[in-house]
Design a protein around this ligand. Sequence first.
Ligand code: SF4
Length: 464
Amino acid sequence: MALAHARVFGQPALQEATPSPYKAYIETYGCQMNFADSELVAGILQAEGYGFTTDPQEADLVLLNTCAIREHAEEKIWQRLKYFQSLKVRRPHLLVGVLGCMAERLRKKLLEEAPVVDLVAGPDSYRHLPQLIRQVESGAKAIHVLLSREETYADIAPLRLSPHRVSAYISIMRGCNNMCSFCIVPFTRGRERSRNWESILQEAQDLAAKGYKEITLLGQNVDSYHDRGVRFAQLLARLAEAVPQVWIRFATSHPKDMQDEVLETIASYPNLTPYIHLPVQSGSDTVLQRMNRGYTAAWYLQRVEAIRRYLPQAVLSTDIIVGFCGETEAEYQETLALMRAAAFDSVYHFMYSERPGTLAARRYKDDVPLEVKKARLEGVIALAQELNLESHRRQVGTVHLALLEKPARKDPRDMAGRTFSGQAVVVRQAADRYPPSTILKVRIVEATSATLIGDVADPSPVSP
Ligand code: SF4
């Protein structure tokens, strides 16, 4: 699943919304699923009477929602805990909790090795947060890291993060039954379970009624969504019909499970977006076998061909890991060759980081030297930028629907957003005429490897 950077809860919108004597500060790391979970946690805390702040110095409760996907992600948290240790000296009543995948992976060790930590709760334990907080308030440390085969939090209303009602996440399932040998997720998020489709539709309709224009469905492997006979393609069709005015995206697909019926369904509904995130991880069959991914490079390219056939406008992104155990130069070259053959529109790239307890850590040596990993990563980054630029250049001169999200970072007179097929776009001189969540027809006039650049092609906003 694609990664994002740390983000802090308690945006201005939330502070006003929930005046309360107790203030929570939530810092989120890792993937979109973790951001969606932080919104769940905020919903649970708000129901307990908490307000929110973006300033940890004002907080009564600090929660770090953590990631364990790579060593580096955990190192960041150990550093951050040192800061909260110093803050706690000045605010002795401050309650510090660690949530998420690192909490699940390390469990009691977090309480033992970081005395600043009062509370540890894994991804399936958020329903227990109020009781855990009370346990700490009564003077004891608190921990809950039991993984569940049922928990989907279907009955809990997330508290939305972003100040603008543009885009929202909906988790449709939790956990993963695949056992990719490099991956810690099955150990930190447990077995796969799908949420009942009615609650997903209800949440989508609530968001549409509140004016949200885009929903992203989240699951570690959405293609294996299954609820009482409703598979992923059926869920997409029911959602598309239930909220026709909302753009629907999803992540993450799995090459071995992605069916043509999903692609056909996307092609049949005007509000299902042709953006596919399909992690390949490697282009070498021998590496894919050691990774226990369950498909070959040829099978993967056949899936890419099907995507391009059903959805000619599709934007295809992927994940690539370099330097996996035993990866030879020849195997690495196969990855570069597959990247060219698939002509990806965007690539998330990572160096292999051994995770304790995974199949790979138990079976193979992490034997690719760091400098070789770094060199191979540079090679993948360079090719990814080339492919990204080619993909963006193909759009110059065309007209796209764009959903505006916020003023552009470089020039706040411009607005940043995404096209219907999911590419980043900057719309020039739009900020003072169009607010976030406006959908516009935009003519693409320039392209960089990072983004498309466009001008308003039709001044009247499009109502979906
Ligand atoms: S599909 Fe594989 S990489 Fe993705 S979460 Fe599951 S085990 Fe991890």
